[in-house]
Ligand binder design. Structure first.
Ligand code: ZN
Length: 277
């Protein structure tokens, strides 16, 4: 069973996203909780959120995967950037509680010269200030390409952050296929081995969502440039093996491929076709 969808714009509200995804043929989706680059937000209308919840239930959608802003860096060397990040995280998680039972994914951050240990400590500390017992949202750390001073380019770094989180049952990982490949994990010729390694280091029970992207670059390139399914270095056969892997069944798969609406509809259709074969 596959839940598949793509990123949608929240501009027209929450219920509109559910309807758009139904039209696209998918059964999950992602959205940026605020402008991915600018960081501003619109107020949330409770009736709109309630209408989306009804829609999700009626249409049998899987869990949704909201995405924190790219400008949020909880481990920047600049104190002001860290404080801004903490504000965004606080507001985003408050808002997510209006849509209980879904995921909030974000890029762990870039330590910008402070070192990995300091960075991981700052990320965990920020999360521990905001995550509360009883919260209904699960926070997901995204696997990263390991570009520059990015944290999360290895499973070990993600495990280290997770080990410092107090709300253990509300923290997980979003596995980005492009990032993980770019980070040096060979999901093309050794998918079983990579997932086994993930299980050994973090535990597959923590793997809650997949960002389903091909990559413009080779394994270990540390680049982070997404490509359409089958048109990159991962390739269609490997993408299909990932989508159908027994360890990943039932997870929401989110496309972050460079596409227009029609392109997303086509990719959603392709993935659902594999599921029905
Ligand atoms: Zn991603």
């Amino acid at each position: 069973m596959i839940y598949i969808g793509c990123h949608l714009s929240v501009t027209d509200g929450y219920e509109a996203m559910g309807k758009t995804m139904r039209r696209f043929g998918g059964n999950t989706f992602a959205w940026f909780t605020r402008n991915p680059r600018g960081g501003r937000t619109k107020p949330v209308v409770q009736e709109d959120v309630d209408a989306l919840r009804l829609h999700l239930e009626k249409e049998g959608f899987g869990p949704l995967v909201a995405h924190g802003s790219y400008t949020m860096n909880l481990c920047s060397a600049k104190e002001e950037t860290r404080a801004n990040g903490l504000d965004m995280l606080t507001q985003d998680l408050e808002r997510m509680e209006l849509l209980p039972g879904n995921y909030y994914n974000f890029h762990p951050g870039a330590h910008t010269g402070q070192g990995t240990e300091t960075g991981m400590e700052q990320i965990a500390s920020a999360l521990n200030q905001v995550m509360k017992p009883g919260m209904k949202t699960t926070v997901l750390l995204e696997t990263m390409a390991g570009k520059g001073s990015e944290i999360g380019g290895t499973f070990e770094e993600l495990r280290e952050i997770i080990s410092r989180i107090e709300c253990k049952d509300r923290i997980g990982v979003c596995f980005d296929t492009c990032h993980t490949w770019d980070a040096g994990y060979d999901i093309v010729s050794d998918l079983d081995g990579v997932l086994q390694h993930f299980d050994d280091v973090i535990g597959l029970s923590k793997l809650k969502a997949v960002h389903f992207n091909d990559s413009k670059n080779g394994c270990g390139s540390h680049k982070d440039r997404h490509e359409k399914l089958g048109q990159g270095c991962i390739g269609m056969e490997a993408m299909k093996r990932i989508a159908l892997h027994p360890s990943l069944q039932g997870l929401p798969f989110i496309l972050e491929t460079p596409n227009d609406d029609e392109g997303y509809m086509k990719e959603i259709h392709t993935v659902l076709g594999w599921d029905r074969e």
